[in-house]
Structure formats: C-alpha cells, structure tokens
Design a protein around this ligand. Sequence first.
Ligand code: GLC
Length: 714
Amino acid sequence: MDKAIKKCIEEMSLEDKARQLSQVNAVIVRAETKAEITGKDEGMDLCEADTREVGSVLNFNGAADAIAVQDEYLSKSEGKIPLIFMQDVVHGFRTVFPVPLALGCSFDPSLAEACAEVSAVEAKYNGVQVTFSPMVDLVRDPRWGRVMESTGEDAYLNGEMGKAFVRGYHKGGILCCVKHFAAYGAAEAGKEYNTTDVSERNLKEYYLPAYRACVEEGADMVMSSFNLLNGVPVNGHKDLLVDTLRKEWGFDGVLISDYAAVKEMIRHGYLETLKECAETAINNQVDMEMMSSSYIHYLPELVGEGRVKEGRIDESLRRVLELKQKAGLFENKYGETDAKRAEEVCLCPEHRALARRAAARTCVLLKNNGVLPLSAEQNIALAGPYAAEKNILGGWACWGRPEEAVSVYDGVRAALGREVVCAAGCGGKLLDKDESGIPAAVAAVKGCAVAVVCVGEPSECSGEATSRADLRIPAPQASLVRAVSEAGCKVVAVVFGGRPQVLTEIEPYCDAILYAWQPGTEGGNAVADLLFGREEPVGRLAMSFPRATGQCPIYYNCFNTGRPRVPDSIENVSFISSYRDTLNAPLYPFGYGLGYTEWELSAPRLSSPVIGQGGKTKVSAKLKNTGSRAGETLVQLYIRDRFASVVRPVRELKAFRRASLPAGGETEVCFELTEEMLRFYTASGKYESEAGRFDVMLGFSSENVQTCELILEK
Ligand code: GLC
C-alpha cells in the first residue's frame, strides 16, 4: 500500500473513515441545513453533520459546479481529502451516441470503444472522474426498460462490447464502474426492481461472464445491484461479492452499492435495521455506500461492538483512496476539470461526425421490399409523431440536449436541400388514444410516392423504471401506418425505441422497416444517410424481437425441449412446445439485419473435422456479394453441442466478422474454432468440453445458417 495512503488511514478517526466510504448527491454536500437536505432528496436521512465529510458525490452539473462543490467541501472538511466525482455517462456526455443496445447491434467493439473514448473526453473536462458504465447485464426480456443500457442477450457479445467500453473510457481519461452486479437483467416478468431467481449454472454460464470480462479488462469499480437474487438481496450475498468477485476473480477495486440498495435490504425483508445493513454490506466488502447513510451512522459503533473489524474498514478505505489517487486527485483536487476545454470539445464537429456514423451503423433494417434506398428525385413525405421529434437521445442522455439533436425532419430536409411535407398525425406517448389527427395527416401525404412514417416509444420510456407490459406500437401510431399505406403511399417505417417492440401489427403495411433505436444527437442525419443510400444499414440485432409480448422472455440460445416445434407453425399444435395463437419464432431473430445488397455464403468447411483436447480447426466458407452495389455484411459463427451431460442451447454465438465487398466480389471468410470454445459448466460443475458431435454453423443470423459437423474426441 502506498505510504501516503497508509499514513492517511492511520490519521483518520473511525467516524472519518465511515464518511469516506459514503457517496451522496452533490446537492447534499452544498445543502446547509437538514431541511434543505431532506427537501432535496427523498429518503436521505442524513443529518447536517453527515454532509461535512463524505468520500464521493454523484449527479452534479458540469465543470463549474464540480469545482464549486469541491471548493465548498474542502473549505468545511477537516480531513481535506478531495471528493471523487461520479456520473452516469452511459452513451455520451453532451454529444449523445446511440443507446448501448443499439451499439450492441453494431457487433463492432471498435465503434463502442471510440464512442466511449469521446464520452470520456467530454466528461472529464466537465468534472467526471468515474462513470457508472458499462452496464453489461444479460437481458432476455424487452418488457424491462433497462435492456436499453445493455448490449443484448448474448454473454459473449456483452463481454466483447463491455471490454471495449472499458478501454474507451480509459483512453479518454476517466475511470469506469461495471454494473449491475449481478443478474439484475433477470427481473421476473421484465418488471423493474423485481425478483431474480437464477440457477448457479445459469449465473456462471450466462449472467456473470460479461462482468468478469470487464473486471479482467481493468474496470476500476463494480456496482452491486438492487435485486433479490435467489432469496437474498445482492448486497447480502457473500458468495457473490466476496467468494466470486474478490477471491475467484481477484477484484481489488472499489465495490459501490447501487442507489440506497444497502438500506433497501430492510424493505426486501432481509434485515431489520440500518445497523444490520451496515454490518452486512461492509463485511461483504461493499466498499462505498451510495445514497444511504448506514455506514455513517453505524460503522464506528459496529467496530466498538466487535461486529466489524477496523481492518475490514481500512481495506475498503484503501481501495477508495487508491481510486482517488488513480484519478489524480491528490495532485490536482479538480482532476482534469476544465470549463474552457469542456466548451471546446463538447459537440465539436469530430464528435458529431462520430455520433452520426455510430447512429448509421447501429440502425437495423428489418424489412425492405426494394423501396429503399430512396432517391432525392422521389416525392417523399414524412409522417408520425417522431418525424420532427428531437428528443431521440435515449435514457441516460447525461448532458445531451434535444435542442442540439437532429430530427428525421431536420436530416431529410438537409439531405434533400428542400422542404418536405411533415405531418405528425397523432401523439407519440405510450398511452395516447386520440386518432382524430390521422385523416389530416393522410391527406397531407397522399399523392406522395413514399411516406417515411416515424413511430415508436418516447425517449424517456426506456431505461430505469420504464417496464412495459405491452410492447406493441401504440394504437394511434399503428392506425396511422395502416391509413397511410391504404392511401396508396409506399410506407417506410422508421421506429424509435430503447428496446425491441412488437411490430407485428404494422409490418404488413410497411414496405420497409428501419429500426433506429434511440440514435442520439445526430440521429436524424444518420437516418437520412441510410434512407438515401449514402450509408448502408449494417446493424444486426443484438436482441430478439418478439412477435407478441406474451413470448417474452425470448432469446436465441434457448434449449430444444423434449417436444420441439419443427417446423414452426400453429397447425397441429397438440402436445408440442408452442403457442396456439402465434409461432414460436421471434418476428426478427438475434443476429438478423438487412443491407442494400445480396449475399451468398457457401456451406462451411472444416480444416479438421475431428479434433482432440486442446485442438482446433478452421471454419471457412466462400462469401459473395451477388447484389448490384458494394456492401458490408456480418458473418456469424455458431455451434451446437448435440449431446452433453447438461443440455446445451440450440445455438451458441462463438465469433463474428464483418466483410465488405464490391458488387460481384468474392472472398473467403475464415474462423478459428478451438476446443476451448466448446467448453461449458458440465454436470460435474467443472468448466470443460465433452467429447461428442457438434454442429458448426456459419450464417447471417441465428436462424439463417448452414451447418457442418465437428467431432471432439476424448
Ligand atoms: C440508479 C441506477 C444505476 C445508476 C445509479 C446512479 O438507480 O440503478 O444504474 O448508476 O443509480 O445514478
């Protein structure tokens, strides 16, 4: 341990130590009286004395505020240890990038890394030393609004994207906190903050790997989550927080609780008092308590009673002081905060250009009967509540401002250099019912060759506390799509949302569907680039799209069951695993997405159809662009372990590769498949491979593959 840190710890009282392990909203540090505190932050039972000394603040307002908070804090503090400033910089700071689920659809870690780096540059000059990102919760249920913050339903993809975020934040100059440890995304029924119950095997196989990948990539902090997991709130899980995170993975950084999650162990019905919450959390090595005050109120007393060892507190304190040291706060109490530099870099042309490129590469073309790309000569109109909407920034838009964003209306007019008809037709709120504006909107666009109809869910309807029980496009918007189609226009639907939505009702009336997610500051320009073919849609789904909400949770790497529906249909449904009122398959599967050209892939070949332990083989195939324009596609490698000591999924994504070819161009795509990539947690609980037959598949989505067979020998 650094000598200075050791000396600092030795000189601190128990009370000061407890306060260093606490984080509050910045406004609380500046509040002068208890009334002001409780007035500003419900449930925060901090007395005035508590705000004299804390270790960290979150949710402050940029460079000037950060400097003022630090100065005011240090002027009152006896300990003179600078605060460390943390914020949710999740997909951009002032320049807002596509939401992480959209970035997951790029299948391009280098793009995620670039976006994270720019986010970090804008954030650090605005006073942020640590971001509460990446969020790598595995998600399988789009009813849960926080799927927006994840990169999807595949643990491998989440790990690759999460590591890219970690690298990008570090390159840009801030520290990062991977969250929400663990399995918060398994909330039952997709209901926010709901119970999670995950088998040991599923935890190890699906829910934990991405957090571990980020820890091993160097994430500086981990955040423990709100959820009840297998009967115990996460902050009460010694097995997870100590045995797995600390002992098995060797993580020695700061573990911070989610917002008041330590205190919520009482509401969960797990502990009775705030004092027990403090004892349990600190002994589970939760180093910092966010926005509840059990540490401040009870750690000194718990040490006096021998229920918590001072050495345990000192270990957490060391981690927090080392974090501040890493952030450079002992050299400069403001870190890299610099209001002038902040103004120079935020929304600069380079950052906007990256935001535009990222938005174009994360949109997913779900349907196209040839209507796209459009030509500037065509008579085009815009309709729908999201055509002129500038708040397409998504949740956690941090300092992003809708007025600085580009709507589809802005982007299309800029692309065409002329005015276009734009008729909202109805409201865009989830529960809007009014359809009275539809006839006028139809009249406005009637006669146009193509109507670009922009629909979806509001930006604020995905993210935290935004679960939905019905994922359909709201009725007025669906009616508008249908009415425009029946008026004789070709319909290009552009859909906004932070999660997969049910498009089944509008699909038949659309000649094309472009899923734009919440594309961020440059969303409208990116959509225009795609509509007019300046950019090709290259996004592929990182999360399955259900055809009905009742199919959720729905994900590609499911199990076959003993009565699989083959082929998928709703005829003769007796005694097989299916629904009587819809197909089993998602409307659009994991890995799916269209471009503007056509592709052919030959059947995969193996350099060695038989391998042994430690062995490997090359999987290759011929790829051809059979369309009339240059294009880019994503070739995906899946496996299926046919028979094993525990049943294996019908598909497991193992690798992916982008390929760009001119019209008529051909190339060979090649992947290395190793015995190590065939390993899983077997019935014995060991992580190993088992001899037997494997399907090896190459394709353009989880459902569009060609297969060959690999034998793994003992
Ligand atoms: C929120 C979220 C978490 C976020 C934290 C600080 O409740 O659950 O993702 O980082 O509080 O804003």
